[in-house]
Write a protein that binds this ligand. Structure first.
Ligand SMILES: Nc1ncnc2c1ncn2[C@@H]1O[C@H](COP(=O)(O)OP(=O)(O)O)[C@@H](O)[C@H]1O
Ligand SMILES: [Mg+2]
Length: 339
């Protein structure tokens, strides 16, 4: 069966005062049905931009999508009518778990009122285009669905929580609510953008386990962005690594963590034990995207660099089953070398 989501050659820039920032450079990746895919990369590499492009919520005044296809379940989202996207896709077939659950709630309404508003428009039983009507029978069945799901995400006293205001529940509980709200419309894909970064470590682990379990139970695909390889390892079936707006390597998690083939990802993995320092182990800086390095954007920092790397971005090549890299000088396959 075809993948649920395929992003092909996606190029996105932002108009800024100092010129066009070329943020995503012909990015390719895919998410299979029921698969949890990690989009991994350092802060600023373009994860949120990619998530927003898929959701169709890039800032209209500054963002420029200059090429590419975002195929979701057979429809090219970039060619769709914006109104259809808003009613049929966004918040319904594709939902979102944000990084900061607090800023995603309106502080002046109860959690219950905000979930009612979501369900009025995005309940799986809502007819697209049914307007502002929220029939009482549907409201009642939706409410039962909400309470049941809050129980599933292990929130104590669901009815009580619905009466509370966002500031009256903890950060971990808010993120459980966000996961529940992402599941309520019965989507095919959840995009979780660094969903646990704002939480402390023990809560992080619980939330990740919960997301993984619910995605498997409900056969929902998840696109999970993170700057933390350890987090990706916990939860993802497959990972795609981006560097400065270019995808460099994509592989099933086991294969990826055992035998990375791109010099950047190899270095990234080697820096794992001290990951609180990011990748300070790799000399050099993440490039500015107004005038990014030509060819492979990692080439100024790469120890395997040659003239080809600056001249042209490497094509995709296959390093193993479902293992793709873009590199002129891939790392030797460690496992083969060792055996
Ligand atoms: N609205 C915008 N206008 C200009 N530049 C932006 C905008 N949004 C993001 N960027 C730039 O795009 C790059 C990628 O940002 P982002 O997608 O947020 O990365 P990540 O989520 O991986 O940290 C950064 O250099 C950031 O400054
Ligand atoms: Mg981000």
């Amino acid at each position: 069966m075809a993948d649920l989501l395929t992003v092909a050659d996606l190029e996105v820039g932002f108009q800024t005062d100092s010129g066009l920032a070329r943020v995503l450079d012909r990015v390719n990746f895919h998410v299979g049905r029921g698969e949890i895919v990690g989009l991994v990369g350092e802060s600023g590499c373009g994860k949120t931009t990619l998530a927003r492009a898929i959701l169709g919520v890039l800032p209209a005044n500054s963002a420029r999508i200059s090429s590419g296809v975002i195929d979701f379940d057979g429809r090219n989202l970039l060619a769709e009518d914006p109104q259809d996207l808003a009613t049929e896709v966004r918040g319904r077939l594709i939902t979102f778990v944000p990084q900061d659950p607090f800023s995603s709630f309106n502080p002046v309404f109860t959690i219950g009122a905000q979930i009612d508003e979501l369900m009025k428009w995005k309940s799986p039983d809502a007819e697209p285009g049914s307007g502002r009507r929220y029939p009482r029978t549907r409201r009642r069945s939706d409410r039962a669905r909400v309470v049941e799901l809050l129980r599933t995400v292990q929130l104590p006293d669901p009815e009580g929580i619905l009466k509370k205001y966002p500031h009256e529940v903890s950060g971990g509980q808010r993120q459980r609510l966000m996961i529940a709200m992402a599941l309520l419309p019965e989507p095919q894909l959840i995009i979780a953008d660094e969903p646990t970064t704002a939480l402390d470590v023990t809560i992080q682990a619980q939330i990740l386990k919960l997301l993984k379990r619910l995605a498997a139970e409900r056969r929902v695909s998840v696109l999970f962005t993170t700057h933390d390889l350890g987090t990706a390892y916990e939860i993802c079936d497959r990972v795609t690594v981006m560097y400065a707006g270019q995808e460099v390597e994509s592989a099933p998690s086991d294969d990826f963590f055992a035998a990375p083939r791109h010099p950047y990802t190899k270095r990234l993995l080697e820096s794992l034990p001290s990951r609180e320092h990011g990748i300070s182990g790799i000399p050099g800086q993440i490039p500015a995207l107004i005038d990014p390095p030509s060819g492979c954007r990692f080439h100024p920092r790469c120890t395997s660099v040659s003239a080809r790397c600056a001249a042209a971005r490497p094509d995709v090549s296959e390093a193993g089953p479902d293992h793709l890299i873009r590199c002129h000088h891939p790392v030797e396959a460690a496992r083969e070398a060792a055996s």
